[in-house]
Design a protein around this ligand. Sequence first.
Ligand SMILES: C[S@@+](CC[C@H](N)C(=O)[O-])C[C@H]1O[C@@H](n2cnc3c(N)ncnc32)[C@H](O)[C@@H]1O
Length: 240
Amino acid sequence: MAESTATAETLAGRILGAMDGPEIARGADEAMRRCKDLGFESDWDAVPEKMTAFHRVILAAAAVLPPGGSVETGVFRGGTSGPLILADPPESFHIGIDPFGFPSQSYADLADAYGQWQEARRTMAKLSAVGAQQNVTYCHYTMAASRFIQADLLEPIVDVRTVHLDGDHGEDAVVEELAYFRRKLARPVLFVLDDHDDTYPGVEAGMRRAGAGMARVFHRHYAYPGFPTPLGFSAWVHAP
Ligand SMILES: C[S@@+](CC[C@H](N)C(=O)[O-])C[C@H]1O[C@@H](n2cnc3c(N)ncnc32)[C@H](O)[C@@H]1O
């Protein structure tokens, strides 16, 4: 086994173990309360155990991995950006990438929902305010992740601990995002892949092509109210 893979597996095991610690559990409950008070919404609010796992894994990563900020592709109403900013250390950056209503939007069928600019403005204002409270610099890029990547917009000065991929779940998009952020981030990083399930097979296919050497923290599935098949997400450590 390559040394980097062994390191990734050790870190993944430590993050998984830390998720059940009382301090992380308390911190996750507190962060969930704050996000609710601030009005951040996620499609996953219907599955509280999934939201709990998301909060816990990013806080566990904060306890195990070296300090750094976060990147998210797919922001919508800030339901996962808020938690990421709350888990970021002071003087780090949170980068949100989402085209909202621009034509580069990958979900033609949801363009109306994602193109509500009043909602987008409100979300960005709230994220900015939380960032200011936390001493985290919030930067939003209103564009498809592919455009961000092709323009190579991640500044080398930005030290990133967590990457949440929740934008375009097509195989090629997942490969492009994983390959880019892994190449740019020469340090241990937690990657969280949303919608890693049979509804979005591109996530698994993309992981198979661009996830070599990453160590799994978990891959979990949940019954989603009104949805016929389980929906899931996964968390991985990249340690070059
Ligand atoms: C499921 S929502 C994100 C939800 C959010 N992460 C949460 O859990 O609350 C998906 C978002 O991806 C955005 N999106 C669509 N195409 C994208 C792309 N090519 N790159 C980045 N984001 C994209 C949409 O505008 C939408 O806001």
